[in-house]
Design a protein around this ligand. Structure first.
Ligand code: 3PG
Length: 399
């Protein structure tokens, strides 16, 4: 697979697929810019070579037409600050305006195209739409690891039109390397921390990890499906009834394979899903009717921190509680602190995208863990052993 380092961009217009699907607040301020920061080295390399950069991305999940809240125009000031060069914006990713701006683009300049998903053709992987995008550039760079699990026009199909001029960027390279570090030849003890609301999103990865890890720590909303499977009484906590049996099987599988599967011994509970609700702490197996577990409790925090402290390889995906509400963020913070501490003593730690990456960034710990992935679903699918279409399209010559 060819990389940006093996390509000289002098005099070329590089069509760069980035994943700028970043969270914005109600005033369109970027609340987590990890994905933008991650893309800087690839863009800079192209500019330094004497090339021009045409950036394309999606933002959110618009319904196939323009929606102001999903416009990439909100990212232009951030890019201008970062690169100190001309940053132009095309109000549509294809069509006459994009073509004219791409044509006028000089070496050292950046053109950002409007949200690709304002066209239904993007997600359909429409070859005609991909061809229109391809016409804008001389070389295709895929640096959108976070979207590499999607077989869309801009992430995969467009590569067909650049048989000899398609490369991956630094984000893609770093992501694949770091994911391999928790899949192959890992240093032990190896601990995976899985959180988040739903077990259904993580079944395949949990099954795969049971063959690799020494400890599997469970937190977040999905804990209560495990606790129910383990015979607990969980009040009104989130539960996926149709996954209780599966959770029970995963507990049994862990036992058979000698993996220590840990579910939170206690929980911070509330009488409503709100930061203003009444709050208490109790054993996770004995939650009162109408109360719900919204974070791991103090004993679970301590147990989890002790296991993390003793680990040499750590993979963390998903928060331990309702992190966005201050009353239920302590468990996630405690796990983040434990991971940072273990990393400072030589452990390798990979924070797997989505909410846990946002938590680590918000807490200011991004530089104190080994790697914060820009991928949510993409990282999980890669770790599940699936082929990522965005990577395959660059790797294969017959795509
Ligand atoms: C992500 O945030 O995981 C990626 O940007 C992909 O977004 P999607 O799930 O809307 O395809």
């Amino acid at each position: 697979m060819k990389t940006v380092d093996q390509y000289n961009f002098a005099g070329k217009k590089a069509l760069v697929r980035v994943d700028f699907n970043v969270p914005l607040d109600e005033n369109y301020n970027i609340t987590d810019d990890n994905r933008i920061r991650a893309a800087v080295p690839t863009i800079q390399k192209i500019l330094d070579d004497g090339g021009a950069v045409i950036l394309m991305s999606h933002l959110g999940r618009p319904k196939g037409g323009p929606e102001e809240k999903y416009s990439l125009i909100h990212l232009v000031p951030r890019l201008k600050d970062e690169f100190n060069t001309t940053v132009m914006f095309a109000n549509d990713c294809v069509g006459p305006e994009a073509a004219t701006l791409a044509n006028e683009l000089q070496p050292g300049m950046i053109l950002l195209l409007e949200n690709l998903r304002f066209h239904k053709a993007e997600e359909k992987g429409d070859p005609e739409f991909a061809k229109d995008l391809a016409a804008l550039g001389d070389v295709y760079v895929n640096d959108a690891f976070g979207t590499a699990h999607r077989e869309h026009a801009s992430t995969a199909v467009v590569a067909r039109y650049f048989p000899n001029d398609k490369v991956v960027g630094y984000v893609m390279q770093a992501e694949l390397e770091n994911a391999r570090r928790v899949l192959e030849n890992v240093e032990r003890p190896y601990t995976a921390i899985m959180g988040g609301a739903k077990i259904s999103d993580k079944i395949l990865i949990i099954e795969r990890l049971l063959d690799k890890v020494d400890n599997l720590i469970i937190g977040g909303g999905m804990s209560y499906t495990f606790i129910k499977a383990d015979g607990g009484t969980i009040g009104s906590s989130l539960v996926e009834e149709d996954k209780v049996e599966l959770a029970g099987r995963l507990i049994a599988m862990a036992r058979e394979k000698g993996v220590q599967l840990m579910i939170p011994v206690d929980s911070v509970v509330a009488d409503a899903f709100s930061n203003d609700a009444n709050v208490d702490t109790c054993l996770s197996h004995h939650i009162k009717p109408l109360w719900m577990g919204l974070d791991i409790g103090p004993n679970a925090r301590e147990e989890y921190a002790a296991v993390i402290a003793n680990s040499k390889t750590i993979l963390w995906n998903g928060p331990m509680g309702v992190f966005e509400m201050s009353n239920f963020s302590v468990g996630t913070e405690a796990v983040a602190e434990a991971v940072v501490e273990a990393t400072s003593r030589g452990a390798y730690s990979l924070i797997g995208g989505g909410d846990s990456a946002a938590a680590v960034n918000q807490l200011g710990y991004a530089d104190r863990v080994s790697y914060v992935s820009t991928g949510g679903g993409a990282l999980l699918e890669y770790m599940e052993g699936k082929t990522l279409p965005g990577v395959a399209a660059i790797e294969r010559n017959d795509y």
